[in-house]
Design a protein around this ligand. Structure first.
Ligand code: C5P
Length: 243
């Protein structure tokens, strides 16, 4: 690996300076964390699988006109992405009650929601990414109303598309988290694009027949078979790398 400047190291990924101005290299680690960093571990091979899965999903999204930061995969663990100004809001889309929503409202996991629910979280490790409302987001200037409208419209389109895509390979998209960034063109116009990654680290995916969890909940809840679940998602999507 050529030596290059590390710009940021997160829990599951590292960002390096890219080869051209306005580009970054996103490196996928095997490290896994949960519950705001209280649980730490390694999922062997996760970085390689998430690199492929996220490449696949981002590519399918750009084919339907959803703008993303993804440019191309470089190797087993790295992809070239556009440098964006990260909007510090995580958008969670939910179709089925699970995780923190099930807990907060005392719902049984697996309850189908009457309609898809969108939630916002302020991206801050120190604060444990608290849930926030549109009022907080616009009042504190984390995103403007236009940014927010664009993010919600994209999140709903992505949800519709990914529900169908995963259903086609026997997986139920229970919920997922998205991050967005701003790209500026030469006229200083802003485009909101999908950033980060889309993978079993930030989606809940259940087998359609057995309801078996095929995502990071296997790590969070010590269910075992974590690597195998990520591999199975990659296999079903047709992107399992050669051993
Ligand atoms: O834990 P919770 O139920 O709020 O998670 C909702 C969705 O957001 C899940 O798919 C989870 O994987 C994802 N998520 C995430 N990063 C976080 C918190 C949640 O990707 N920091």
């Amino acid at each position: 690996m050529a030596r290059r400047r590390k710009l940021y190291e997160g829990k599951a990924k590292v960002l390096y300076e890219g080869p051209e101005p306005g580009t970054l290299i996103q490196y996928f680690k095997d490290d896994a964390t949960a519950f705001n960093n209280q649980k730490k571990g390694v999922i062997t091979g996760k970085g390689v699988l998430n690199n492929r899965i996220s490449e696949f999903l981002m590519t399918r999204l750009s084919e339907i006109g959803v703008p993303t930061h993804f440019m191309r995969r470089l190797n087993m663990r790295e992809q070239l992405v556009r440098e964006v100004e990260i909007i510090p809001i995580e958008i969670v889309v939910r179709n089925v009650a699970a995780g923190s929503l099930a807990e907060r409202f005392g719902l049984e996991e697996g309850t189908i929601l009457p309609r898809s629910i969108i939630e916002y979280y302020y991206k801050s490790d120190e604060l444990g990414s608290p849930m926030v409302t549109e009022e907080h987001i616009t009042a504190f200037g984390w995103a403007g109303t236009q940014d927010l409208d664009d993010m919600v419209a994209l999140a709903l389109r992505i949800n519709d598309f990914l529900i169908g895509l995963f259903l086609g390979v026997g997986l139920r998209l229970v919920d997922f988290k998205l991050e967005f960034g701003r790209l500026y063109n030469e006229h200083d116009e802003i485009q909101v694009v999908v950033a980060d990654e889309i993978s079993p680290d930030n989606c809940r995916l259940w087998d359609i027949r057995t309801n078996e969890k095929m995502d990071k909940d296997r790590f969070r809840r010590d269910l075992g078979g974590v690597e195998e679940a990520y591999q199975e998602v990659a296999r079903r999507l047709g992107v399992l790398p050669e051993a």
